[in-house]
Design a binder for this molecule. Structure first.
Ligand code: PLP
Length: 381
């Protein structure tokens, strides 16, 4: 028997309470029993997003939410900045181009965070730019972009919105949607929200709704205005992912019981222990700055194939992590510590990494990373 451990940056493990909630008998979304459930989830999503605005609930993967965050706010010919520091930044560019948006791409070396000054300069040069698209946490590299600094630049501009892909950030580290002025925030169900894949969530500011009023809407299914009208009545425009919403109700209760500050502190502690453990084992972190607390991207050591590490983790030890994408394939491997994660997930990941890397012939002292992480993960006396 090989016991399975899911330590990939999405999908992530689903807590048993949530699985049980989702196993409840089907209810009808137009029947009265749906109303209080949806109302509770709507309120608690606002709490999680730190916003007083509606958080739209969509039946799709995270990318559906991203697509809607383009099609609902921009018209063909509009200009947008896309910050591209990895696979998901590149996705913003691709979606924008699909909808005829003129993209000014700010390329960031993979492993680095965007310099907000570059965004400020681009916006100054062309004030007709209507939106800035960014990842709060770029999952392909494990780097967090500084959304607060970007919001400080975009907020004073009357007609330009900041759109944040927070799919591996929301519920991991602090994102003050209203206070900072993040106009559109997108997340998905299968990362920090501890649910199976299949839902996206999007908050929209007043400023962004004003832009939506002017946009020539190319969306039918992802029509945010229609969704808002329905969701304010505790309904959805089309059939919602009912069982997922039952699971989400449980997730939000769990997160509320823990408290936002504790959720962020837990992720910060796990991430720090993971990073320190990796370094203590003699391995190198891939991010050169601003690592995300959602996952750790590790550079494969000299002479060792990163894909082989990823593969051996799975085949030899039952651990599903993730490899590198595009030009990082073979160069890095990625391990998640977001969502339903605690200290023993980090210790398991480090122990297995040491065993796999040593097994591939690279000199490593077994227990060196684990020991460092254990020190950091013990309760402070
Ligand atoms: C997972 C992820 C997405 C969305 O992916 P889907 O497969 O469509 O759910 C988008 N952005 C980031 C940063 C992600 O980590």
């Amino acid at each position: 028997m090989l016991k399975r451990y899911l330590l990939a940056p999405g999908p992530t493990p689903v807590p048993p309470e949530v699985l049980l909630a989702m196993a409840r008998p089907m209810i009808h979304h137009r029947a009265p029993e749906f109303d209080p459930i949806f109302a509770e989830v709507r309120e608690n999503l606002k709490w999680l997003f730190q916003t007083r605005n509606d958080v739209l609930q969509l039946a799709c993967s995270g990318t559906g939410g991203m697509e809607g965050a383009v099609s609902n706010f921009l018209s063909p010919g509009d200009k947008a900045i896309c910050i591209n520091g990895g696979k998901f930044g590149e996705r913003w560019t691709k979606i924008c181009k699909t909808f005829g948006v003129q993209v000014h791409e700010i390329k960031v070396d993979w492993g680095r965070a965007v310099d907000p000054q570059m965004v400020a300069e681009a916006l100054k040069k062309d004030p007709s730019i209507k939106a800035v698209y960014v990842q709060a946490s770029e999952t392909s590299t494990g780097v967090a972009h500084n959304c607060k600094a970007l919001a400080d630049i975009v907020r004073p501009l009357g007609e330009t919105i900041l759109v944040v892909d927070a799919i591996t950030a929301l519920g991991v580290f602090d994102l003050k949607t209203d206070e900072w002025g993040l106009d559109v925030v997108v997340t998905g169900s299968q990362k920090a929200l501890m649910l199976p894949p299949g839902m996206a969530f999007v908050s929209v500011s007043d400023k962004a709704w004003r832009l939506a009023d002017k946009a020539k809407n190319a969306a039918f299914y992802f029509n945010f205005k229609r969704e808002r009208e329905n969701q304010q009545k505790n309904q959805t425009a089309y059939t919602p992912a009912v069982s997922m919403i039952l699971g989400l109700q449980e997730v939000l209760r769990m997160l509320k019981a823990e408290g936002l500050a504790n959720v962020f502190a837990r992720h910060a502690t796990l991430a720090q222990a993971m990073r320190e453990g990796v370094k203590a084992a003699g391995l190198t972190l891939f991010p050169k700055e601003s690592p995300s607390d959602a996952l750790t991207t590790v550079t494969a050591p000299e002479g060792v194939d990163g894909q082989q590490i990823y593969k051996n983790l799975r085949v030899q030890y039952g651990i599903t992590a993730a490899g590198g994408q595009d030009h990082l394939k073979g160069k890095v491997f990625r391990i998640s510590h977001m969502g339903y994660a605690d200290r023993f997930d980090v210790i398991t990941a480090l122990a297995a990494t040491e065993m796999v890397v040593k097994g591939l012939g690279y000199p490593i002292t077994l227990g060196s990373g684990v020991g460092r992480a254990q020190e950091l993960l013990m309760p402070k006396a």
